[in-house]
Design a protein around this ligand. Structure first.
Ligand code: HEC
Length: 148
């Protein structure tokens, strides 16, 4: 093989490696994106089941039960705006969970979902606790996703 030919071959191999790397990159990105969307979609199902009745199907606070409440449900698409442009991830988590709140600060107009999810989990072992945390987290990720 002469020198020119070898140089040409190296070029072709480099070219193929570049294409392969780009394809792999795209594949990993798509996979990561698909996983992210799966978590968010799970959160959306929980949201429509438990939250839409008050906060509305689009999260804006006009659920069918809203008119019967003395305190109006929050527009959940505006949380980031409300908190200086930063979505308050763990604060939202604690609000949904609600089990940590001190009684005596008046009754809460929002149900304590941590207790409800705990009843569904039927236990207080590590597995049950992870299950509860997972459901709340998927809700928080969904709410983060619908911020305007
Ligand atoms: C029975 C009606 C009702 C249901 C159902 C309900 N909420 Fe609420 N939610 C409220 C009301 C009313 C408020 C505002 C006043 C308050 O905090 O008590 C609120 C406040 C919130 C806040 C606080 C927003 C802020 O300003 O920090 C978050 C987050 C939230 N809800 C998420 C949810 C999620 C997620 C669900 C479903 C798992 C849900 N809510 C179900 C009535 C409800």
């Amino acid at each position: 093989m002469n020198r020119e030919n070898r140089a040409g071959k190296t070029k072709t191999v480099k070219y193929h490696i570049a294409i392969l790397a780009a394809a792999l990159n795209w594949y990993c990105f798509t996979l990561a994106r698909a996983q992210e969307m799966e978590v968010i979609a799970g959160g959306e199902i929980e949201y429509q089941n438990y939250c839409a009745i008050c906060h509305g199907v689009d999260g804006r606070g006009f659920g069918i039960m809203a008119k019967f409440l003395t305190v109006q449900p929050t527009d959940l698409t505006q949380l980031a705006k409300k908190y200086a442009g930063r979505f308050p991830f763990w604060q939202v988590y604690r609000t949904i969970d609600g089990r940590e709140e001190v009684r005596g600060h008046g009754t809460r107009d929002m149900p304590v979902w941590g207790a409800r999810f705990r009843a569904d989990a039927k236990g207080d072992d590590t597995g049950s606790r992870s299950q509860i945390a997972g459901r709340i987290l998927s809700l928080v990720f969904y709410l983060q996703h619908i911020q305007e």
